[in-house]
Design a protein around this ligand. Structure first.
Ligand code: COA
Length: 175
């Protein structure tokens, strides 16, 4: 059985999934191979990890393969030194029909001192797919904590803005 068949047969409960059930964390060492000439980790590597970390949480929520539909803007607050540990935490803030907003936060840990800094945050939208080119419905997110409920509410306004921006960009590209 292929991976996507396995995933889509593992049905989610109809009532939904809590945020905790799909929250994810990945980490990797910043290595020289991904450094810029100043000896810091290149932004593209962080963007890659943000995409992967976000996809894991979305896929856990949907129990299906997902594709990235959009990435909201990203700020890089601190440089990451080679040898530091990059930690990527992700959780699904809200889902709609086939799409999900995932919040991703990147931290960097200095393994020698234990100091941890927040370096980047982003919101990504993933769409659940069936592996044959079709989109599939996902179950609702069940927010539990006050912070999760706040993020759930705020995700609605962000989605409206995102879809409006998509429409405007498409209109500009069609000009
Ligand atoms: C993302 C993608 C699946 C959307 O497909 P589409 O046929 O345009 O579908 P729709 O307009 O019906 O959108 C599907 C869902 O995604 C949402 N969506 C689409 N574009 C979006 C965007 N830019 N930002 C946020 N949400 C978006 C829609 O609101 C809809 O959500 P809902 O079903 O929960 O209501 C499709 O464009 C695609 O496959 N893109 C390539 C994805 C990819 O390969 N990513 C990796 C990087 S190359």
């Amino acid at each position: 059985m292929t991976a996507w068949k396995l995933a889509t047969t593992n049905q989610s409960p109809a009532s939904g999934r809590t945020v905790r059930e799909s929250s994810s964390e990945i980490s990797e060492l910043a290595l020289l191979n991904d450094s810029n000439p100043l000896g810091y980790l290149i932004g593209g590597r962080v963007m890659h990890l943000v995409d992967i970390g976000g996809a894991i949480a979305a896929s856990r929520h949907a129990r299906a393969p997902v594709v990235t539909a959009s990435v909201d803007y990203m700020n890089f607050l601190h440089p990451i030194q080679i040898g530091e540990l990059v930690i990527v935490r992700s959780s699904v803030n809200r889902s709609w029909n086939t799409s999900m907003e995932v919040g991703v936060k990147v931290y960097v840990e200095n393994l020698m001192t234990g100091e941890v800094r927040h370096t980047t945050s982003a919101y990504l939208t993933f769409v659940a797919v069936d592996g044959k080119g079709g989109k599939i419905s996902v179950v609702p997110v069940i927010p539990e904590s006050e912070a999760e409920k706040r993020r759930y509410e705020q995700a609605g306004a962000r989605r409206e803005y995102r879809l409006e921006m998509k429409k405007r960009l498409q209109a500009e590209n069609d000009d």
